[in-house]
Design a protein around this ligand. Structure first.
Ligand SMILES: *[C@@H]1O[C@H](CO)[C@@H](O)[C@H](O)[C@H]1NC(C)=O
Ligand SMILES: *[C@@H]1O[C@H](CO)[C@@H](O)[C@H](O)[C@H]1NC(C)=O
Length: 882
């Protein structure tokens, strides 16, 4: 061990986790392996076996990858090694080769990739290459030499029902992999990272090991691999009585039975991590158990400091019980971390440590492609047997975009495929219907292939299709009339030349007939409509949606991009069980609870049939909701537009509106400060998307606490776009004619200018933010008088007179970071500034609020779980025996 700076600073030597698994003892299997996925890479299809040292069952990786070739390591490296590293899969071809492994969505997995070269290629040199998880860089895989393995572990929350693990050739040799393992974890552990971060393992150490062996499954329920570590100035203590913890982090009994303590009992226990990247964002996990049964006059308590700052105070390990102390926010900014476990004055015994883990976060925020698009394009790939670089995620990262595809990239939504070019690709057979599921596609080029069969109808239903090239194929039948019309009106660039058996309208008997019957119907129903509506009307006929009472002026409904479901009125009755349960009353209508199927709850807003204004609102709302999609805006499931019966069907928001969580003064279910800031950020993100992510920008016009709805998990979404209008940006003026807004939230500048724009939404948002902070209404009634005062005036006069604590909701009882609260008040007050030009924009608001959140989270930068505290809870809820 290297000695660093001062006599007892020791470096935690960088274990390359060298061949550790060769040393694991054979033990009895314990229950488990449930949900384990253990792939032996390179194993022939349909082969499987149980590795005797771990009892882990390995299967072939063939069903999970379509590329690469299988190799055996050199015989001299096989002795004493576990089976799964004896063969491997290497990837001499292609830049990126990916495994696709089906997992349970929303589950945290420990994922381990093992690489053991073993001179499989007789070259005696190990390569260097990158490892990706989804669209994100996980790690660079390097080797000391061909006889030492490399292991990569990550704790990763899955956001879809599969995970891509990719090996990327970076020009330094052929990538290969020996084993790939997935272990589902309990949702209660390692769960303090942001969704955009995963934990990559740096160290996992069994402190005070007596055997000097590495342990994994079945010692470790989750198959974490623990390596022995002892410091030079430490002595070992152990117990034979520790029983395996069945809860929480469940460190292995064999690891927890041993601990280290300083040789010199009055010295602190000191160790350090060195040579780190300053930017590394680290999470620490320390595990303690008292191995001795302490006498009445004995005690063991100590503080833990990191780089001189107290991290955890008065740690007192409990006899044969696990205490886990861990980071709840990452620590960064230093190349070195010095840990001291310092005995308290009144403690008779020195500190101990049983186990220690260090993780570094990796950024996994790069979005992957929309899962429907992934499935569709993979189906297209297998239908036509396409062999290209089509592996892993189609769109992300953009450097490895599949050739022939183009995708949309923005900060909010999953990537989606907007163009597909399979020109000159030797395609045979029909135009596959799998293309119809690429719902955002704008350009489709299938030219110069040998495609046969008809030009499919679904091509007319791709709402965004602008370019369609089917030239030089063997397509037959006629071209759908809707495509021709779209082309004639300039909405579609259509190329169908050199298809010898394809007939156009001039030589198709059937086609002519259809045309001649269609036009009179259209003319009689929509005689007065302008020509541009014809396309919509054509779709209308195609869908056979003509009802008897079509005299209603609602022909426009057919221009709704109908990717959302349209429901009949009788379906609405069934969904709401005849309007059984009222959820509330929103703009121009009552909102009812409903079920679309057994499991999917919805909120149904029914617009009163008599209200003409309601009808216009309905149109505006549907058209807007069709266009915008963002996780912080309530989304539309479908709508009903049958004669005079109008209804909008939204996703159900289990926790109702924000107003109901702020109102009242009871001290139960008080939203925490962190929870409040998260809600404020969510709402701000929804508004930011409307203002800055939509072109032209959308003004909400009625931001208020009753229009901010909360999901089961208290994620906030903006609702009720009823008063919104899409503003033309080119005219430069945002003049509105309809008076909008709610008293207390309406921008006072509106009365002067009669104009509503982004800054008026920001004013309303500021009022909401002040309400979130203070729990006061927008307009406050001064008790004992008739006087009313606006919340912004109340806050500014209270700031002048007192401290932040008199502004923030007293029900929080001081449970918030002072700086976080100041910052939030500052942002709220800037938003309600009387001068619109002084208000921040929504992006500035969000970055400010994110600082508030970070400050609040840093207030408690660690947490502690004691297994026995869980025991106590369980006992409390056990009924007493009579
Ligand atoms: C030791 O002192 C700390 C405060 O310094 C206190 O929290 C703890 O309860 C004391 N322990 C004993 C055994 O007196
Ligand atoms: C498709 O690719 C071919 C050849 O790579 C190119 O000539 C053609 O313009 C592309 N089509 C479109 C619609 O971009």
């Amino acid at each position: 061990m290297r000695v660093m700076k001062g006599y007892n600073y020791k470096t935690l030597f960088f274990f390359s986790l060298l061949n550790a698994f060769a040393l694991v003892l054979v033990v009895h299997a314990q229950d488990g392996q449930s949900g384990f996925i253990s792939l032996d890479c390179g194993l022939p299809l349909n082969s499987n076996y149980t590795e005797s040292s771990t009892e882990l069952k390995y299967i072939s990786d063939v069903p999970f990858i379509s590329t690469g070739s299988s190799h055996s390591i050199a015989p001299e490296y096989k002795a004493g090694r576990q089976e799964q590293v004896k063969i491997l899969r290497s990837f001499p071809e292609g830049i990126r080769n990916c495994y696709r492994v089906n997992v349970t969505k929303g589950t945290r997995y420990l994922i381990r990739a093992t690489f053991f070269h073993g001179n499989y290629d007789n070259q005696n040199t190990a390569p260097e290459f990158d490892l990706h998880i989804g669209a994100n860089l996980w790690s660079t895989v390097t080797f000391v030499n061909v006889s030492i393995s490399s292991l990569k572990e990550i704790i990763h929350l899955t956001s879809r029902d599969f995970v891509h693990v990719c090996l990327v050739n970076t020009g330094s040799g052929t990538p290969f992999i020996s084993a790939l393992e997935f272990r589902p974890l309990s949702s209660e552990i390692y769960n303090y990272t942001a969704p955009s971060e995963s934990l990559a393992l740096l160290y996992r150490l069994d402190i005070g090991s007596i055997t000097d062996l590495a342990y994994r499954y079945p010692y470790d329920f989750y198959d974490r691999s623990w390596l022995p570590y002892n410091g030079k100035w430490w002595t070992l203590i152990s117990t034979s009585k520790y029983a395996q913890s069945q809860r929480s982090y469940r460190p292995p009994a064999i690891v927890m039975s041993t601990a280290a303590t300083p040789i010199n009992e009055s010295e602190p226990m000191i160790f350090s991590l060195n040579d780190l990247d300053e930017k590394a964002n680290l999470y620490f996990y320390m595990y303690f158990t008292e191995t001795q049964s302490l006498k009445a006059n004995q005690s063991r308590s100590f503080n833990i400091t990191i780089n001189g700052e107290v991290w955890s105070e008065a740690v007192t390990p409990l006899y044969l019980n696990t205490t886990t102390i861990f980071s709840t926010v990452g620590q960064s900014g230093s190349p070195e971390y010095n840990f001291s476990l310092v005995k308290l004055q009144n403690s008779t015994l020195p500190p101990i440590l049983n186990a220690f883990e260090v993780y570094s976060t990796i950024d996994v925020s790069q979005l992957e492609t929309d899962q429907n698009d992934v499935n569709s394009i993979n189906n297209v790939k297998s239908t036509y047997g396409i062999k290209r670089n089509w592996d892993g995620d189609p769109c992300a990262p953009v450097e490895y975009l599949w050739t022939g595809l183009n995708c949309s990239y923005n900060d909010f939504d999953p990537r989606s495929i907007i163009s597909l070019n399979l020109s000159s690709s030797g395609l045979t057979g029909n135009v596959t219907t799998h293309i119809s599921k690429l719902s955002r596609i704008q350009s489709l080029d299938l030219s110069n292939n040998s495609l046969t069969g008809p030009v499919p109808q679904f091509l007319t239903r791709l709402p965004n299709l602008r370019i369609l090239n089917l030239e030089r194929n063997n397509l037959t039948g006629s071209i759908p009339i809707e495509l021709i019309k779209k082309s004639n009106s300039g909405l579609l660039s259509l190329s169908v030349g050199e298809n010898p058996h394809l007939c156009d309208s001039s030589n198709c008997e059937k086609k002519k007939k259809k045309k001649s019957t269609a036009i009179p119907i259209l003319a009689s129903v929509f005689g007065g409509l302008v020509v541009t509506l014809l396309i919509a009307v054509a779709v209308f006929v195609g869908l056979k949606k003509i009802k008897k009472k079509t005299q209603e002026p609602n022909a426009q409904k057919d221009s709704f991009e109908s990717s959302k479901r349209q429901f009949t009125y009788s379906e609405v009755l069934r969904i709401t069980n005849n309007f059984e349960r009222i959820l509330g009353k929103g703009g121009f209508g009552t909102v009812y609870h409903g079920f679309i199927d057994e499991n999917t709850q919805v909120a149904v807003k029914v617009l009163s049939s008599s209200s003409v204004q309601g009808y216009q609102q309905f149109q505006a709302e549907v058209q807007l909701l069709m266009k915008v999609y963002h996780r912080n805006l309530t989304s539309l499931v479908g709508y009903c537009n049958e004669g005079t019966e109008l209804a909008l069907i939204y996703e159900y928001m289990a926790n109702g509106d924000l107003a109901s969580h702020l109102s009242g003064h009871s001290n139960t279910n008080v939203l925490s400060w962190e929870g409040r800031i998260r809600i404020a950020i969510d709402a701000a993100q929804g508004l930011e998307y409307m203002h800055l992510g939509c072109k032209p920008p959308i003004i909400h016009r009625d931001v208020k606490t009753t229009n901010i709805l909360l999901t089961e998990k208290f994620q906030a979404k903006l609702a009720d776009f009823g008063l919104s209008r899409v503003f033309p940006t080119d005219t430069g003026t945002h003049v509105s004619t309809v008076v909008a807004g709610t008293p207390g939230y309406l921008d006072p500048a509106y009365h002067l200018t009669n104009m509503l724009n982004e800054t008026s939404d920001i004013y309303s948002y500021g009022v909401v933010l002040l309400e979130i902070i203070t729990n006061q209404p927008a307009i406050i009634k001064i008790s004992g008088s008739d006087e009313r005062i606006h919340i912004s005036r109340w806050v500014s006069s209270t700031i002048d007179n007192g401290a932040i604590t008199s502004i923030v909701d007293p029900r929080l009882e001081g449970g918030f970071d002072i700086n976080s609260a100041w910052k939030a008040v500052e942002i709220g007050m800037a938003c309600v500034s009387a001068t619109p030009g002084k208000r921040p924009n929504m992006s500035e608001v969000i970055s400010g609020l994110k600082e508030c959140l970070a400050t609040e989270l840093a207030r408690n930068n660690h947490a502690q779980v004691t297994d026995s505290s869980l025991d106590v809870l369980t006992h409390e809820f056990t009924p007493l025996a009579r």
